[in-house]
Structures are given as C-alpha cells and as structure tokens.
Design a protein around this ligand. Structure first.
Ligand code: AMP
Length: 330
C-alpha cells in the first residue's frame, strides 16, 4: 500500500498536487480541511463546532479530526493507498494515524513536504481568497495565524517523519507540472525502495528455506536409516511378543489342568506381561514340549474315581519329565 502524507503550510499547493497524484496512482484522497468544510456545508453539529475555529485560523481539536480519519479509513477497506492532505497537523495526530494504520496492517510510506516561503504563501492565499470564497483565505491576519499555527504545531512533524526515515522535501515553488514531476520522481524512488524491501524479505525467507533444506538433506539418509531400524526393531519385538503370548497361553492352559503350579506357569505369566526374555521363552518351549503329551494323559487319569491313585500317578509322571529337562539344559 502506498500511503502518503502530503505536507506543507496552507497555500503550499497540497490540494492541487493531491489531485494529480490521485489521478496517476489511484489513491484515496483524505483531506481533513475538505471533510470539515463539507460538515459545515451540511450544517452538522461537528460542522457548527468547527466553523468558528476554522474561521479564526486555529486548529480543530485532535479528537475530532482523528475520529474523522478513522471512519474514512474504515469506509475505504479496498483502497490501494491513501493520500493524507492537511492531516496530521500535530504530533498527537501523527501518532494516532500510525496506530490506526498499524491496526489495518499498513503504515505511512512517506511524507512529501512542499517547501514554500511564508511570503509566497501569503500572496498565494490572498489570491485564492478572491475566487475560493473561503473566509480563512480572505483576511491577511487570519492567513498569518494559519501559517503561525503551522510553524508552531505542524512543522515539528518533519522531525517525527525524518526520524522514521520517511521525510521527503520537495521544492514547492515553480509550475504545477514541475512540482508534480519532482513528486512523481520521488514516488518512483519510493516504490522501488518498497519493492526492494519486499524482495529483501523474500530473499531472507528463501535463505532460511534453503538452509533448512540443506540441513534436512544432510541428515536425511541418517534419519531414514534410523527410522528404518526403529521400524524393524518394533516389528521384531511385536512378533516376538505375539509368539511369547501364544506359547504362554498354551502353557497356562496346560498348567491350569495341573494341580501343582509348574515352573512354566510362572514363566508364562511373565511372558504375558511382556517381561520375559528369549531364554525364558526357549526354556518354556522345552517345558511345553516335554509336558504337552503327559498332562493329557493325566487328565484322563483324573477321571478315574480314586483320587489317591491319581495323585500318585501324577507324581510319578512328573519326575521323569523334570529329569529330562535338566539333562537337556546341561
Ligand atoms: P486546510 O483546508 O487543510 O487548510 O484546513 C482548513 C482549516 O481546517 C484549518 O485552518 C483548520 O482550522 C482545520 N483543519 C483542517 N485539518 C485539520 C487538522 N488535521 N487538524 C486540525 N484542524 C484542521
């Protein structure tokens, strides 16, 4: 957005040059003097309050003009940019304008100041008074008061904008075309400067992106290997756990039919909790193998009516199994 403050004392040619700038750049023209005069013409409360102040050549209060600008900014949401003419006129107004624009995500691009001597201004304004019909242009003492107000309250804004690196002085004496050419030359420079800043921001961003990309590219093979290894380890672990649980379930099923809790039951429980190791699994497998057939026979024996005999038979059958297991381990 191109937002310009067209600056200069009364009679510097701000109105005339504003028109030229608007025609060339399609900016929205916001002139607080024009808005106030239209309020007076419509006989509004604001207009009635402002009239006597303006007729004296004094400045209308900051609150009033800031409020006017705020509502004009709101009613032009799609503007390509604004040209502020006769506003801001005090440091308070300049600060308020910065705040308003910042809220809208923009800011002042530049202040273009038309520099004209006091003598030239007075003669121009008196001449304008003959045709403009403006009360404040007719009387020399009122004109002098306006110029004084400017020098006292408005002129310090040059510092405000030059501190922000936005102050551009234009020699305001010469033909309308000459002055307009000086202004457009400055706008070309400003646009180029804004494009450059945007480009620099893009490049900065691109730089970061390239750096990120390079880092990512450097570590990518390592990362991929690591991810691969983790995936494989996880798959192995899951497979192992699945098998362990299968074996453990079988072992538990067997042991539940066995009155004496076998070693395999303890190991199986551990396995089901996922805490058993490979060795436990192997020994469990052996135990299961060694006992798979025999307990089945025990179950058949259980069905016999004599409990004592069953117990004896079970004890007898268990002993050889344990011995066999011990031998295998060695
Ligand atoms: P202008 O048409 O800009 O010369 O303004 C005419 C008169 O309107 C001034 O002399 C002030 O009385 C009043 N005025 C216009 N703009 C402002 C402003 N930004 N702050 C205070 N008063 C203003």
């Amino acid at each position: 957005m191109l937002n310009l403050v067209l600056f200069g004392p009364p009679g510097a040619g701000k109105g005339t040059q504003s028109e030229n700038i608007i025609n060339k750049y399609g900016l929205v023209h916001l002139s607080t003097g024009d808005i106030l005069r239209s309020e007076i013409a419509r006989g509004t409360d604001l207009g009635r309050k402002a009239k006597s102040i303006m007729d004296r050549g004094d400045l209308v209060s900051d609150d009033i003009v800031i409020g006017m600008i705020d509502s004009k900014l709101d009613s032009n949401p799609n503007a390509k940019g604004f040209i502020f003419d006769g506003f801001p006129r005090t440091t308070g107004q300049a600060i308020a304008l910065d705040d308003l624009l910042q809220k809208k995500g923009t800011g002042i691009s530049a202040m273009i100041a038309l520099e004209v001597t006091d003598e030239e201004l007075t003669s121009r304004l008196l001449k304008r008074g003959e045709s403009s019909g403006r009360e404040d242009d007719k009387n020399e003492s009122i004109i002098r008061n306006r110029i004084n107000e400017y020098n006292l309250k408005t002129s310090p804004l040059k510092n405000y904008y030059s501190e922000q690196g936005k102050f551009h002085s234009i020699h305001g004496i010469g033909s309308v075309e000459q002055i307009f050419k000086a202004i457009t030359d400055r706008i070309v420079f400003l646009n180029a400067e804004m494009d450059l800043t945007a480009l620099e921001t893009d490049i900065e961003h691109l730089d970061l992106t390239i750096q990120d990309f390079e880092v990512a590219n450097d570590i990518a093979p390592e990362l991929l290997l690591e991810i691969d290894a983790i995936k494989r380890a996880e798959a192995e672990e899951a497979e192992e756990e699945k098998e362990n649980k299968k074996i453990a379930r079988k072992a538990l099923a067997k042991s539940s039919s066995n009155k004496k809790p076998a070693k395999k039951t303890v190991v199986a429980k551990k396995l089901l909790k996922g805490s058993a190791k490979k060795t436990a699994k192997r020994s469990l497998k052996k135990m299961v193998k060694a006992k798979t057939v025999k307990p089945k026979k025990k179950a058949v024996v259980k069905k016999s009516p004599a409990k004592k005999i069953v117990k004896k038979k079970v004890q007898v059958k268990k002993k050889p199994a344990k011995k066999a297991k011990g031998k295998k381990k060695k």
